[in-house]
Design a protein around this ligand. Structure first.
Ligand code: NGQ
Ligand code: ZN
Length: 436
């Protein structure tokens, strides 16, 4: 049992709230927030964070990073994936993410043939989430072509490839694994990787009648140009002309938008899946946040390549990128007197829940609360009016003390209950990968 002096809810702060959870003693806390959904993750990339930061022979770019990533991906099997994902999910929980949408496309064996159990890699993710105790929305990804021109997958992309039939079978096979903490949705890798007919076939299939639908879109200028050249429209424009994009959709990145595209996303109710630290690391560009917020657009945050695993850093970068570009301050708060921290946390929380296919919450009692460390000097003399600003903008000491998911305290006093064993297994897995 935990007594919270202030609990942040969709309707603002509530005072003196009792929170019950198994696996921990009683205590008090001053500030409790709803845990953040992480709406975009490629778990395996956690193990290569920092390994693509050396200058290559040409102009390094997203596309040269992608080659490094492919080489890395080709060495990972189900056991390694499970070890890496479990470590990542522990790090997420300790940072304040309580749910993860796993955009999972590493389906096949390294030579491109299916595993004996075609769901082997998907189930490694399910197991990792269960071990760590994080909520999961598993998004198996359809990936079929190597470009807008429909070219076949390259050697290294063959691990990702599924036909529409095998994709739908994979989704059906995962149905029995659903639970209150394991949802499933669908994902199309990108317009580059999914031909139009395949996209329509998946969207028309019975499994696509409900749940979240995610797609990478308009992340790089090269992608916008290729789409214009081959499909005669910009990526987001093309998507809206060929699919009924609505609140079930999450458009990941959506960096390069013209005015009409920005308005189309905002009006559709879809969530823009923003991944500021990865987008910065890959040199993607800056999402047009102020205009999008003014148009009433929804967004959430993802840690994507896991170059950073922290909702604090994602939200800070989201705001600071705009300050640097516009030469203004307090950009994400659009109303006079509004707190930037509260505006960011609340919108990303709502958008993240929506993108994860979780029901909207009117009350966070049933959600996954995170408890801030009110003993930290960073929160000294902070009140409910500025505690979230302190959490997001002051210093570099993690302030997430306790985390409750599914009625269980998974983090207590900064420690995850199984962090040592999970870290030891991760270390062994990445050492084996490094030696391979
Ligand atoms: C991915 N990641 O699927 O992991 C992609 C790179 C691609 C990001 N876009 C591969 N951040 O888009 O083709
Ligand atoms: Zn991605």
């Amino acid at each position: 049992m935990l007594r919270a002096e202030f609990l942040w809810t969709a309707d603002g702060w509530r005072r003196d709230v009792r929170i019950d959870g198994a696996g921990g003693g009683g205590s008090c806390a001053r500030f409790v927030l709803p845990g953040m959904p992480n709406l975009h993750s490629h778990a395996f990339q956690r193990a290569m964070a920092g390994l693509a930061e050396r200058r290559g022979p040409g102009d390094d770019s997203f596309w040269s990073w992608r080659e490094t990533m492919y080489a890395f991906a080709s060495r990972i099997g189900p056991e390694q994936l499970r070890a890496i994902a479990a470590q990542l999910y522990v790090e997420m929980l300790r940072a304040g993410y309580t749910h993860v949408c796993e955009f999972h496309y590493l389906h096949n064996a390294p030579d491109g043939s299916p595993y004996a159990d075609p769901a082997a890699m998907s189930l490694a993710i399910v197991e990792a989430a269960r071990e760590a105790g994080i909520g999961l929305t598993l998004l198996p990804v359809l990936y079929m072509t190597g470009g807008f021109d429909g070219r076949p997958l390259s050697e290294r992309q063959r691990r990702f490839g599924l036909s529409v039939e095998s994709y739908l079978r994979l989704l059906e096979g995962l149905a029995p694994h659903r639970s209150p903490t394991m949802q499933a949705g669908i994902a199309l890798h990108s317009l580059r990787a999914v031909p139009e007919a395949a996209m329509q076939a998946v969207l028309d299939a019975p499994v696509a009648r409900e749940g979240a639908i995610h797609i990478h879109v308009a992340e790089q200028i090269g992608e916008v140009q290729d789409c214009l050249g081959i499909r005669g429209a910009r990526p987001v424009q093309w998507l809206f002309e060929h699919a009924s994009v609505d609140a079930r959709w999450c458009l990941v990145h959506a960096t390069h938008l013209d005015d009409a595209e920005l308005r189309a996303i905002a009006q559709s109710g879809a969530v823009a899946g923003l991944c500021p630290t990865t987008e910065a690391n890959l040199g993607d560009g800056l999402f047009p946040l102020p205009d999008y917020l003014d148009a009433g657009g929804a967004f959430g945050i993802g840690s994507d390549s896991h170059i950073s695993v922290s909702p604090v850093e994602e939200l800070r970068w989201l705001e600071y990128g705009q300050r640097l570009a516009t030469h203004h301050r307090n950009v994400a708060a659009r109303r006079t007197g509004e707190s930037v921290g509260q505006a960011l946390w609340e919108r990303a929380w709502r958008g993240g829940r929506q993108a994860a296919g979780l029901p909207p919450m009117t009350d966070v009692d049933g959600d996954a609360p995170i408890v801030l460390d009110d003993a930290s000097p960073l929160l000294a003399a902070r009140t409910e009016d500025n505690a979230i600003d302190g959490f997001l903008f002051a210093g570099n000491t993690p302030l997430v003390r306790d985390v409750l998911v599914g009625g269980k305290w998974v983090v207590r006093d900064f420690r995850h209950h199984d962090q040592d064993a999970i870290a030891a297994r991760y270390r062994k897995a990445v050492e084996a990968l490094a030696a391979a």
